[in-house]
Design a protein around this ligand. Structure first.
Ligand code: SF4
Length: 334
């Protein structure tokens, strides 16, 4: 049967092909820039999409809407029961998909092999330090050793390139940037520094306290020679640099000071089945209710297409009128 693919295009001409799906809003760390130390209500279980619903939405995305890349996120996707099976079924409906996972790597040592066998291509691991005390300060948990074991298991299972995403926090780990890069290069991981965005649950973010890309370059420049890598950036947010002439690279994602919204190809689905056309969207479009009230695949696809049209030109963090989204990152999906 002939199927017509309708691209997820917004009114600025951008087409979303990269689908990020949050599988849970729960996490087993409590990073200070993401969640408060205590309290933060989780989504009720019956509001979270079931495995079947997730796979159905992936299938609609791939078959009817031109989705080419799927990344599972959270919260922490490894705490989702049935993750390996979701990955396997996603691979079945999208044999050509680029399929990855954003994770804190806790417990990855146990599942990396199974995830790779199920069809996962690679992982992005969030890690901001390789010092045990700093890790505990940032995440409020003493689990650095588990993360390092998870990273090694991912590499051994062929979930490569293993990317490590780091956020620098002023007076906490901003002095550790060169040390982190030296470690990543030695381990064969691709390190990317990301400017911290205003997505914390407790709304503590401040532009003045944020460590900028410019500062990151300065700090790395004291110990490394960084030259722009030849690869075109395209819609990839990281600007890549060769470390001491290469082949190792480091990425800098200047999400706030040099936004890349003009090339954005992303769309997000929250764990409770809401389409968010941008990380900073103020509106969502409810696919879960449609799924649960008997809508056809075509009707759901149509709803999704309409949701994309309202995507704004950019995040507007520097606008005086900027409003942080109500949902924190843990509930949106990174
Ligand atoms: S802020 Fe929104 S438009 Fe900009 S890159 Fe992120 S998701 Fe895309």
């Amino acid at each position: 049967m002939h199927v017509t693919v309708t691209p997820l295009q917004d009114r600025y001409g951008r087409v979303a092909t990269d689908l990020r799906i949050s599988l849970t809003d729960r996490c087993n760390l409590r990073c200070s820039y993401c969640m408060p130390a205590e309290g933060l209500d989780w989504l009720p279980t019956d509001e979270v999409l079931t495995d079947d619903e997730v796979v159905r939405l992936v299938d609609i995305g791939v078959r009817l809407l031109g989705v080419e890349e799927v990344r599972f996120t959270g919260g922490e996707p490894l705490v989702r029961r049935g993750l390996v099976d979701i990955v396997r079924r996603t691979r079945e409906v999208g044999p050509g998909l680029e399929l990855s996972l954003t994770t804190n790597a806790l417990g990855l040592a146990r599942t990396a092999e199974a995830l790779s066998d199920a069809g996962l291509d690679r992982v992005n691991v969030s890690l901001d330090t390789v010092r045990r005390e700093t890790f505990e300060t940032i995440t409020r948990r003493d689990r650095l050793h588990d993360v390092l074991a998870g990273l090694a298991a991912a590499r051994d299972a062929g979930l490569t390139p293993v990317k490590v995403n780091a956020v620098l926090l002023r007076d906490i780990n901003d002095g550790e940037a060169p040390e982190l890069l030296r470690w990543a290069v030695g381990e064969g991981y691709q390190l990317r520094f990301i400017e911290q965005m205003p997505l914390d649950a407790q709304h503590d973010w401040s532009r003045a306290a944020m460590v900028t890309a410019e500062e990151i370059f300065e700090r790395l420049g004291t110990q490394f020679d960084l030259t722009p890598a030849a690869e075109p950036r395209g819609s990839a947010p990281a600007e890549l640099f060769l470390v001491d002439g290469g082949p190792a690279t480091v990425g800098v994602i200047a999400s706030v000071t040099r936004p890349f919204c003009g090339d954005c190809d992303r769309v997000r689905l929250t764990a409770d089945g809401q389409v968010r056309n941008c990380l900073f969207a103020r509106e969502e479009s409810d696919l879960r209710t449609a799924l649960r009230s008997g809508a056809t695949d075509e009707e759901i696809a149509q709803r999704w297409v309409v949701a994309m049209r309202g995507k704004r030109a950019g995040h507007g963090i520097d606008d005086p009128s900027f409003l942080q989204p109500d949902r924190p990152m843990s509930a949106i999906g990174g």
